[in-house]
Unconditional design. Structure first.
Length: 625
C-alpha cells in the first residue's frame, strides 16, 4: 500500500494528525535535498563535543567537564559564516556571531541550538547532533535525548577507547530500539593507546557489543586524526537515498500501527445503538478532563509568577535608576529625549524578559506533568503564537530640559542690558556713571571694552571679538545683576539720559550676540544664552536627580508593575484559550468520527453496516500491505 492510500484512509476515518504525519514522511522521501540527521550518543565523558569541535572551522563549542545542560546542538556544515541560533522553549530566538559566547549554564533553558559552520570537510547534507550524555544524573537529560532520537536517520555511538561500550549504552540502545536505525561506532581518544591496542579494541567492540554496527571509525580529536570519521560520513552521505528510504519506511510502519489502533477503536462498538452514545460521552469526559488539567496548569503557574514579578521588578528598578541617574548628571544634552529613549528601551527589554520567564515556567510545569494524568500536549505550548501580545507605553511626565533653567531668560536679558549700558557708557565716555560693583564689573568691563573698540573705529568686528573674548565675564555679570538690585538704578539712569543711544546699543548687542552664537555653534539662541545655560546647568544637577527619583518612585515603577500584571494576565489568557482550543480540536476529531457513525446508523442501518465494512477493509489493507 502506498502512502497516498494510507493518507486517504486516515482522513476517511477522521485521524487527521496521522494523515499529516504521513504527508510529512512522504515529502521527506521525495525531497532530494533533505539532510541526514546523525546524533552522537554516548557517555557524557566520551568526548562528543571535543570531536565535533575537531570537525568544525570555529572549534568553539564549550566542552563541559560535567553534565550541565539538556540542550540539543545541531551542527550544519558548508555555510557562509560561523554563527549559532539559540531557540528557546517559548519560540524566542537569539543569534550569536561569536560561538565562544555560548555557555551551557546561560542557555540551559534553550530547547535547541542551531550551529552553522563553514567547514566543507563534512558533507553539507549531513547534520551532526551533540546530545546530552547518557550517564548524566539529571533525568531531564535522558528524556531530551529519548525525545530527539526518533527523528534521527542514523546514530553515531561514541565511546572512549578506555571505557569501550558500557552497559548503559547497550541497554539504552535496546530500550530505544535503535537497531531500527543504522548504527555507526566512533571510538574516541585513540591517541591514549598504541596502534595495536586500538586495533584490538576495535575488534573486541565490534564482536562483543551485540549491536548491528554498520561501520567503525577510530579517531583522536586531540591530535586532529579524524580521517576515518570523514571517510565514514562520506560513505553515509553517498548512501543517503537508501538511508532516508529505510527510515521513512520505519516511520510509515509506526504510523500504520497508530492507524490500525484508531480503526480498532471504531470497530470495538459491539452494540452500536448504546455504545456509540457511550463513546461520545466518554470523549466529552476526556475533554472535560483535559480542560481541568489546562486550568490547573495555568493556576499553578500563577503561583510562581509572583516570584518572577518580584525579581524582574527589582532588576528593572536597579537598571533604570542607574541609567537615569547617570543621565541627570550629564551636561549639555537633550535630557527628555534621552530619558524617553532609555526608559522605552529598558521597559521593553524587561517586560519581554518577564514574558519569556512566564512562558518558560509554564513549559517546565507542563513537562513535569506530561507523563502523569495531568499531562497536556507539549507541542501545543511550543507552537503557541504570542505575537499579538503587545507592550503598552509607559507615561513620561518629566521636563528635565527646563529643570534649573527657569530664570535663564531673565539672566540672559540682564547680561545683554548690562552690555548695552556698558557700550553706551563707553561711547559717551561716562563709564564711571554706571558705578558697577566689583561683582558685576567683569561683565561690564568686557562689553565696555568692546564698545570702546567700536568707538575707536575698529567697527563691528571689534564688538563681536569683545563679546566672544569676555564670554565668561558676561555670564558672571548676568548672575551678579540678578543678585544686585543696585545695578537697576544705575542702568535706568543711562536709559533716561541717552534713551536712543541705549536702544541702538541694545540692538547692536543683540545682533552681535546672535552672530557670535551662530559662529560658536551654540545650541541656545545666542552666545550669552548659551553661556548662561552652561553655568546654570551645573547647578541644576541635584534638581534633575530629585526629579528623576520622584518620577521613578511615583510614576515609572507603579506603571511598570501595572504593565507586568497586564502582560501576565493577557499571556495566561492566550495560553489558556489556545490550549483549550487545541484540546477541543483533538477531541472533536474523535467525536466527529463517532458522530458520523451514529448519524449513519440513525439514517440507515445498511449505511452503517457498509461504513463498518469499509473500515474493516481498511484495517485488512493496512495489515496486509
Amino acid at each position: 500500500m502506498d502512502i497516498n492510500r494510507m493518507i486517504q484512509i486516515a482522513q476517511d476515518v477522521g485521524m487527521e494528525d496521522v494523515a499529516q504525519s504521513l504527508c510529512d514522511a512522504q515529502n521527506r522521501l521525495q525531497d532530494g535535498n533533505v539532510p541526514l540527521i546523525l546524533p552522537l550518543v554516548g557517555e557524557f565523558s566520551a568526548g562528543k563535543t571535543t570531536l565535533i569541535n575537531s570537525l568544525t572551522d570555529c572549534k568553539q563549542l564549550e566542552t563541559a567537564t560535567k553534565p550541565t545542560t539538556a540542550t540539543i546542538y545541531q551542527i550544519f556544515f558548508g555555510k557562509e559564516e560561523c554563527k549559532a541560533t539559540v531557540v528557546y522553549a517559548d519560540g524566542r530566538e537569539e543569534v550569536f556571531t561569536d560561538i565562544s559566547q555560548l555557555k551551557n549554564d546561560t542557555i540551559k533553558d534553550a530547547s535547541v541550538v542551531l550551529v552553522e559552520d563553514t567547514s566543507t570537510k563534512v558533507p553539507s547534507t549531513t547534520v551532526l547532533v551533540d546530545t546530552p550524555g547518557l550517564s548524566s544524573p539529571d533525568e531531564n537529560h535522558r528524556r531530551v535525548l529519548m525525545d530527539f532520537l526518533p527523528s534521527a536517520d542514523g546514530v553515531l555511538l561514541t565511546v572512549d577507547v578506555n571505557q569501550q561500550v558500557t552497559r548503559s549504552l547497550t541497554d539504552f540502545a535496546k530500550d530505544m530500539e535503535l537497531a531500527k536505525r543504522r548504527l555507526y561506532l566512533v571510538i574516541t581518544k585513540s591517541d591514549t593507546k598504541s596502534p595495536e591496542d586500538v586495533d584490538a579494541a576495535r575488534k573486541y567492540i565490534a564482536e562483543n557489543c551485540k549491536l548491528p554496527l554498520s561501520q567503525v571509525a577510530c579517531v583522536s580529536a586531540a591530535n586532529g586524526d579524524v580521517q576515518e570519521l570523514f571517510d565514514m560520513l562520506n560513505a553515509i552521505s553517498n548512501d543517503k537515498s537508501k538511508i532516508v528510504a529505510d527510515v521513512t519506511a520505519q516511520r510509515v510502519e509506526s504510523l500504520s500501527k497508530r492507524l490500525v489502533e484508531g480503526i480498532d477503536e471504531l470497530l470495538a462498538v459491539q452494540n452500536p445503538d448504546s455504545e456509540l452514545a457511550d463513546k461520545i460521552k466518554a470523549q466529552e469526559k476526556e475533554l472535560d478532563r483535559l480542560n481541568r488539567n489546562i486550568d490547573r496548569l495555568v493556576d499553578d503557574t500563577q503561583d510562581g509568577i509572583k516570584e518572577i514579578e518580584r525579581s524582574v521588578n527589582q532588576e528593572f528598578c536597579d537598571t533604570i535608576f542607574n541609567k537615569l541617574d547617570a543621565l541627570a548628571a550629564s551636561h549639555g544634552i537633550d535630557f527628555d529625549t534621552q530619558a524617553r529613549m532609555s526608559i522605552g528601551g529598558t521597559v521593553t527589554l524587561y517586560l519581554n524578559e518577564y514574558k519569556n520567564r512566564i512562558q518558560n515556567l509554564m513549559y517546565q510545569n507542563a513537562r513535569e506533568r506530561r507523563s502523569g494524568e495531568d499531562g497536556i500536549n507539549l507541542r501545543s505550548l511550543e507552537e503557541l503564537d504570542y505575537s499579538g501580545l503587545n507592550i503598552s507605553d509607559i507615561p513620561y511626565n518629566m521636563n528635565l530640559n527646563t529643570v534649573g533653567h527657569e530664570y535663564d531668560g531673565i539672566l540672559s536679558g540682564g547680561a545683554k542690558i548690562l552690555s548695552a549700558a556698558a557700550l553706551v557708557a563707553g561711547t559717551i565716555a561716562t563709564a564711571g556713571a554706571l558705578g558697577v560693583g566689583a561683582a558685576a564689573g567683569a561683565g561690564a568691563a568686557g562689553a565696555g571694552a568692546a564698545g570702546a573698540g567700536a568707538a575707536a573705529g575698529t567697527g563691528g568686528s571689534a564688538l563681536l571679538t569683545g563679546l566672544a573674548g569676555s564670554a565668561d565675564a558676561i555670564a558672571v555679570g548676568a548672575v551678579s545683576i540678578a543678585a544686585q538690585q543696585n545695578n537697576k538704578r544705575q542702568i535706568q539712569q543711562i536709559m533716561q539720559n541717552a534713551p536712543q543711544q541705549f536702544s541702538d546699543s541694545l540692538n547692536t548687542v543683540n545682533n552681535f550676540n546672535q552672530q557670535a552664537g551662530n559662529q560658536l555653534a551654540q545650541k541656545k539662541n545666542g552666545l550669552v544664552e548659551g553661556l548662561v545655560s552652561r553655568i546654570t546647568d551645573k547647578a541644576s544637577k541635584p534638581k534633575r536627580q530629585k526629579a528623576v527619583n520622584d518620577y521613578i518612585s511615583d510614576t515609572l515603577v507603579p506603571a511598570f508593575e501595572n504593565e507586568m500584571r497586564r502582560v501576565s494576565n493577557e499571556l495566561l489568557t492566550v495560553i489558556r484559550n489556545s490550549l483549550h482550543t487545541e484540546a477541543q480540536g483533538t477531541i472533536s476529531q474523535k467525536e466527529q468520527a463517532l458522530e458520523t457513525l451514529k448519524a449513519q446508523l440513525e439514517q440507515s442501518r445498511s449505511a452503517y453496516e457498509a461504513q463498518m465494512k469499509k473500515i474493516k477493509s481498511y484495517k485488512q489493507e493496512l495489515l496486509t500491505r
